[in-house]
Each structure stands twice: as C-alpha cells, then as structure tokens.
Design a protein around this ligand. Structure first.
Ligand code: HEC
Ligand code: HEC
Ligand code: HEC
Ligand code: HEC
Ligand code: HEC
Length: 169
C-alpha cells in the first residue's frame, strides 16, 4: 500500500468516526421517551422534591446518577399505587430488575467530565441542564459540545483550565 492510499483511508476513517459520534452523541433538543412517564415538573417542581433527594452524586464513578427503584418506593409503596405507571415501579421492585431509563446526556468516552469541580464552585444544576423542574420529559438544553465547555471555562469569572488534558485522557 502506498502513502497516498493510507492517507485517504485515514481521512475516510476519521470522517466515519466523526459521523458515527455525531449520530450517537445526543444533542440540544434531544428528549427521549422513557419507560415510565416520570415527570420532573411534577416531582421537583410542583412537589418541590430537591434534586439531591434522587441524584445523590450525579454521574460519578461506575454508579449511574439516576435513582434506583428503591428511591421511588420510598413514596410509591403508598402514593398513587392504583396508577398503571406506578404499577410498573412495583413490578420492577418485585422482580428485582432495574428500570431501563434512557440516557439523555452522554459525552463520548474520550472526554473527562466530573460534576464535582463544577458543583464545588457553587454552580446550579440549571446552568447546564436548564429548568429541569419545569420539564415533563428531560431535554438537552445546551450544546454539550467542546465549544460550549471551553467558552465557559474561558470566561474571566470562571478562569477554569482550557489545556487539552483538562478534558481529554
Ligand atoms: C423523585 C426523583 C427525582 C428528582 C427529585 C429529580 N430527578 Fe432528575 N431524574 C430522575 C429520574 C428517574 C431520571 C431518569 C428518567 C428521566 O430522564 O426522566 C432523571 C433524570 C435526570 C436528568 C437526565 C439524566 C441523563 O440521562 O442525562 C437530569 C439532568 C436530571 N434528572 C436533573 C435533575 C434536576 C436538576 C433535578 C432538580 C431540579 C432533578 N433531576 C430532580 C429522578 C429525579
Ligand atoms: C418524595 C416522594 C416521591 C418520590 C421519591 C417519588 N415520587 Fe412519584 N410522585 C410523588 C407524588 C406526590 C406524586 C403525585 C401523586 C398525585 O398526583 O396524587 C407522584 C406521581 C408520580 C407519577 C404519576 C402517576 C400518575 O399516574 O398520576 C409517576 C409516574 C411517578 N410519580 C413516578 C415516580 C418514579 C419513577 C419515581 C422514582 C424515580 C418517583 N415517582 C419517586 C411522590 C414521589
Ligand atoms: C457544568 C455543567 C453541569 C452542571 C452544573 C451539572 N451538570 Fe449534570 N451533567 C453534565 C454533563 C456534561 C453530563 C454528561 C456526563 C457524561 O456523559 O459523562 C451530565 C450528566 C448528568 C446526569 C446523568 C448521569 C448519569 O450517570 O447518567 C444527571 C442525573 C445529572 N447530570 C444531574 C445533575 C444535577 C442534579 C446537577 C445539580 C446538582 C447537575 N447535573 C449539574 C453537566 C452538568
Ligand atoms: C457554565 C460553565 C462551565 C461549563 C459549561 C463547563 N465547565 Fe468545566 N469547569 C467550570 C469551572 C468554573 C470549573 C472549576 C475550575 C476550578 O475550580 O479551578 C470547571 C472545572 C472543570 C474540570 C476540572 C479542571 C481541573 O483540573 O481543575 C474539568 C475536567 C471540566 N471542568 C470539564 C468540563 C467539560 C468536559 C465540560 C463540557 C461538557 C465543562 N467542563 C463545562 C465551568 C464550566
Ligand atoms: C473544557 C473541556 C475541553 C477542553 C479543554 C478540550 N476539549 Fe476537546 N472535546 C471536549 C468535548 C466535550 C468533546 C466532545 C464533543 C462532541 O461530542 O461534540 C471534545 C471533542 C474533541 C475531539 C473530537 C472531535 C469531535 O468532534 O468529536 C477532538 C479531536 C478534541 N476534542 C481535541 C481537543 C484538543 C486538541 C484540545 C486542546 C487544544 C481540546 N480538545 C480541549 C471538551 C474539551
């Protein structure tokens, strides 16, 4: 194989990789349907349940930042037990099978993100996720791409690092 062939193959593979990631990185406006019609507006908005009651440590480590069925059962062993949606919770709990929530925000694996440094700076969830307490279905409300991260890091009041290794392994 000659060098030109390798270069062209390389370019095609890179284009394919970018195309692939474009298809599989959910972006602004993405709001997938969930297996149970769970509403943030009803829970976090109208009933004022704090975000931290369900998202103890969002997205850190191997454990998902989305609550387990036990958290739902704290209330729904009593509340609205006759509803078909709540009976899905009861079935999941009885069978010991977790609810298969569809991931809404999902960065590519080559990006390093942790909530901790952001929350330690006193940032509110809404700065990145928007007004979740007014959403019936969670929607991605920001671009969640590199430019969006770097633009905020650059702002003088934040002065957060922007060298490549900050966000890439
Ligand atoms: C009663 C429990 C509960 C409360 C309170 C709650 N959430 Fe959630 N949250 C969930 C569940 C369950 C999901 C997964 C289903 C979904 O996406 O709607 C979720 C999903 C999310 C997601 C999307 C996760 C992903 O896959 O990317 C975000 C962001 C989020 N919540 C933020 C918040 C914020 C911000 C608050 C407070 C304003 C909050 N949540 C309050 C239970 C809760
Ligand atoms: C702190 C208490 C609490 C927790 C925890 C909680 N809920 Fe709820 N949930 C409520 C209340 C209160 C309502 C409104 C009941 C009503 O309309 O009378 C509700 C209503 C609902 C409804 C609407 C039912 C219907 O048919 O009207 C669904 C679906 C639901 N919850 C799912 C969940 C899921 C899934 C979880 C776990 C991720 C969860 N809830 C955790 C208190 C809670
Ligand atoms: C600086 C921006 C930023 C802030 C502030 C922020 N998040 Fe996130 N959140 C993200 C990003 C980026 C992801 C996607 C992470 C990934 O895919 O690796 C995410 C993912 C999540 C997820 C999904 C995690 C999972 O394991 O599926 C939940 C739940 C969540 N955030 C809740 C919250 C809550 C609750 C708050 C406030 C306490 C909050 N976030 C504050 C940027 C932010
Ligand atoms: C709304 C502003 C904002 C957005 C959006 C944001 N960040 Fe940050 N980021 C910060 C601030 C502020 C810090 C804390 C800097 C400090 O404490 O020195 C930080 C810190 C970090 C750190 C730790 C840096 C270190 O070494 O101390 C990483 C990694 C990071 N952010 C990645 C990301 C990624 C990846 C995204 C996009 C998905 C993102 N951030 C989006 C403001 C933001
Ligand atoms: C503050 C966080 C942050 C910093 C700093 C950062 N990146 Fe990124 N980078 C990201 C995020 C987030 C993505 C994922 C973008 C997407 O999926 O759309 C990304 C994606 C990429 C990609 C893949 C292209 C693509 O479209 O998926 C390359 C290549 C890249 N970054 C290179 C760099 C280089 C080189 C630097 C240093 C000059 C750098 N990044 C600095 C957050 C960052």
């Amino acid at each position: 194989m000659n060098a030109r062939y390798l270069t062209i193959t390389g370019i095609l593979m890179l284009a394919a990789a970018i195309g692939f990631s474009a298809c599989f990185n959910p972006r602004q406006g993405y709001a997938p349907e969930q297996p149970i019609a769970f509403s943030h507006q009803l829970h976090a908005g109208i009933n004022e349940i704090p975000c931290g009651y369900c998202h103890v440590n969002p997205g850190e480590g191997p454990v998902s930042g989305v609550p387990s069925v036990n958290t739902c059962m704290n209330c729904h062993s009593q509340v609205k037990t006759d509803s078909p949606e709540i009976q899905k919770i009861h079935k999941s709990w009885r069978d010991g099978t977790p609810i298969k929530w569809v991931k809404v925000h999902d960065l590519p694996d080559h990006v390093q993100f942790s909530h901790t440094p952001h929350l330690n700076r006193g940032m509110d969830c809404s700065e990145c996720h928007g007004a979740v307490n007014r959403m019936d279905v969670v929607e991605v409300t920001n671009p969640f791409n590199m430019g969006w991260c770097v633009d905020c890091h650059r702002q003088p009041q934040h002065n957060a690092p922007i060298d490549c290794v900050t966000c890439h392994y």
